[in-house]
Design a protein around this ligand. Structure first.
Ligand code: G1P
Length: 288
């Protein structure tokens, strides 16, 4: 079994739900407390042993790549001002040279198309996908939980959660072959089905470990839900040929592509921080 060392992070989305902020700012640079969404995703991937990152970018997304570069002037200024803690924290977050790759998607043809754009980066290797809009608060980082499942079962694994039936239309939905508790073997997948056609209420969240063969199905450029090339449809085609499992991850997901979800993430993450929690606990009751 090949080790999991690569991750693909699609960041080309326009972020229309956060206009006007996202007119000139990549939505992945929106902060939760004091860290941009993209950094949470990268740190989660690193904690799972990922060494190579590929950002699928588009126009107006250069800040994301800049963010992971060394900022010499800033570092010197911090040093001169004696801000050693901040400097040490910045340096500890730096990625090794040569670990960031980017490709441009150029046309908004859907998540499946975005992943296909990373085909040269993926090559013959298994790879993780992290959708930075889905912010995860987990004891064991979510991608780590998927990596552990991958090393156990081989093949494809996706993080899953149960949602109320009326919300399945927003997600990729699992058709279950066997429910083993934490692990679920999958016999089918449907992207954003109307509730009456949904095979279950187990949905895929934005964390995947996939085999490189998914690219062959994406390359067909078949349009699915919303007229887009859907990752879910290509994954479904892998199922007859390779193991495919859902993992009931342990932790919480915040949909930061949604304004209320984003706001809730601020509170949840602030409450986890020793420097923030007391102040938040003090003001929060005022808003009941
Ligand atoms: C994407 C996927 C969907 C998945 C969801 C998780 O949808 O297409 O299968 O359930 O992410 O966040 P999107 O939210 O981009 O519409």
């Amino acid at each position: 079994m090949k080790p999991l060392k690569k991750a693909v992070l699609p960041v080309a989305g326009l972020g229309t739900r956060f206009l006007p902020t996202t007119k000139a700012l990549a939505k992945e640079m929106l902060p939760v407390v004091d860290k941009p969404l993209i950094q949470y995703a990268v740190e989660e991937a690193r904690a799972a042993g990922i060494e190579q990152f590929c950002f699928i970018t588009g126009r107006g997304k250069t800040a994301i790549v800049e963010h992971f570069d060394v900022a010499y002037e800033l570092e010197r200024t911090l040093e001169e001002r004696g801000k050693h803690d901040v400097l040490a924290s910045l340096r500890s977050q730096a990625l090794p040279p040569g670990s960031i790759n980017t490709v441009r998607q150029q046309v908004p043809m859907g998540l499946g198309h975005a992943i296909w754009c990373a085909r040269a980066f993926i090559g013959e290797d298994p790879f993780a996908i992290l959708l930075p809009d889905d912010l995860m608060l987990c004891e064991t980082p979510c991608t780590q939980q998927l990596a552990e499942a991958y090393y156990e079962t081989g093949g494809n694994v996706v993080a899953i959660e149960e949602v109320p039936m009326e919300r399945v239309k927003n997600y990729g939905v699992l058709d279950i072959a066997e429910d083993k508790g934490k692990l679920v073997s999958v016999k089918g997948l449907v992207e954003k089905p109307p509730v009456e056609y949904a095979p279950s209420n187990l949905t895929v969240i934005g964390r995947y470990v996939l085999m490189p063969q998914v690219i062959e199905y994406l390359a067909r450029m078949e349009r699915g839900a919303g007229g887009e090339v859907q990752l879910t449809d290509a994954m479904a085609k892998l199922i007859p040929h390779q193991p495919f499992h859902g993992v009931r991850y342990e932790g919480r997901r915040f949909d930061c592509g949604d304004k209320a979800g984003y706001l809730e993430a601020q509170i949840a993450f602030a409450l986890k921080r020793a420097d923030m929690a007391p102040a938040v606990r003090e003001f929060l009751p005022k808003y009941r």
